[in-house]
Write a protein that binds this ligand. Structure first.
Ligand SMILES: [Zn+2]
Ligand SMILES: [Zn+2]
Length: 302
């Protein structure tokens, strides 16, 4: 008997909160201060923002109280270790209280973050040239960045969804996060790398504990454009409803899965019937401007 394991944010009580989990400020190589970042993200419809400067933990406690309806949360991006090809890992540590030094190996950074009650997301695997071996030897991280705006706008390496599938097909349960990694760098060939991607989190309330709990549980989906409106997971089918899109894709292990592409007019829903051989299924949708949204994986266990 196969059981579908999916913390379904669309069938969980609470409210939706829009957030960005990866942001740089003047305290590393960003150009805006914490207040300006909060102001601009709030004005763009976001509810929360993690400040994750390079190798420094910025005290956001003062700024965090500026807006009653917006959360500014602490984090740090730690450059550490060596990948198979000699590059360093970038690890985004969310909600930590003590600065983590970059002179540790990736596993120690993850362990130290978890001991502080935080969570680690492995940043931009494609941009970092991380391989699936580099990632799969680590334990205890929450997930990977599957989309990173600044990596896309700067060198076209924003999408790490192949890394995600390579982990999932190995049975490694990994959540996928779309983030901006905003620095507010731009030029005529590079749009602003902020307020472009996000996670939609279903949480009880807009508080650090509630947001962290929902992220940890996988009660969110990622997007840089379209909306996923509902997912219904049954014994042998998955039904999804979305904002108007060009394609809805059910991605699964090896050659399983199916893509539905609209030939006349937009799609708003699609259903996938399982063959019984899927080990995971995730939903990916693309709108008419090429923007995308991603569900977290439904894991199918014996
Ligand atoms: Zn980075
Ligand atoms: Zn970064």
């Amino acid at each position: 008997m196969v059981e579908a394991v999916f913390p379904n944010p669309f069938r969980t009580d609470g409210s939706w909160f829009k957030g960005n989990l990866h942001t740089h400020s003047i305290y590393s190589d960003g150009v805006l201060g914490p207040y300006q970042l909060s102001f601009l993200y709030r004005a763009s419809g976001y509810d929360f923002l993690f400040l994750t400067d390079h190798n420094v933990l910025v005290d956001v406690s003062g700024e965090a109280k500026r807006f009653e309806d917006f959360l500014l949360l602490p984090g740090e991006e730690i450059n550490t270790g060596r990948s198979e090809v000699g590059t360093s890992y970038h690890l985004v540590a969310l909600n930590i209280t003590e600065e983590i030094k970059p002179d540790m190996d990736p596993q120690s950074v993850i362990d130290k973050t978890k001991r502080q009650g935080g969570e680690v997301i492995i940043a931009h695997p494609y941009w970092s040239s991380l391989t699936v071996n580099d990632i799969s030897k680590l334990n205890g991280y929450l997930g990977i960045e599957i989309y990173n705006t600044t990596c896309q706008f700067s060198i076209g390496k924003g999408y790490s969804t192949t890394h995600w599938d390579d982990l999932l097909v190995r049975g490694i349960k990994t959540l996928g996060f779309a983030v901006d990694d905003a620095h507010w760098h731009f030029n005529p060939y590079r749009p602003v790398d902020a307020c472009y991607a996000w996670v939609m989190v279903k949480a009880e309330e807009l508080s650090v504990d509630s947001i962290m709990e929902s992220l940890r549980s996988g009660l969110f989906y990622s997007s840089n454009g379209p909306q996923i409106l509902d997912m219904e997971v049954n014994e042998d089918s998955v039904h999804v409803k979305t904002s108007p899109v060009r394609s809805i894709t059910f991605i699964a292990n090896s050659s399983m899965g199916r893509r539905f592409t609209s030939l006349n007019g937009p799609l708003r829903e699609a259903e996938y019937t399982m063959t019984g051989r899927e080990t995971y299924i995730r939903v990916e949708v693309e709108d008419y401007t090429g923007r995308m949204a991603w569900s977290n994986p439904i894991i199918l266990e014996e």
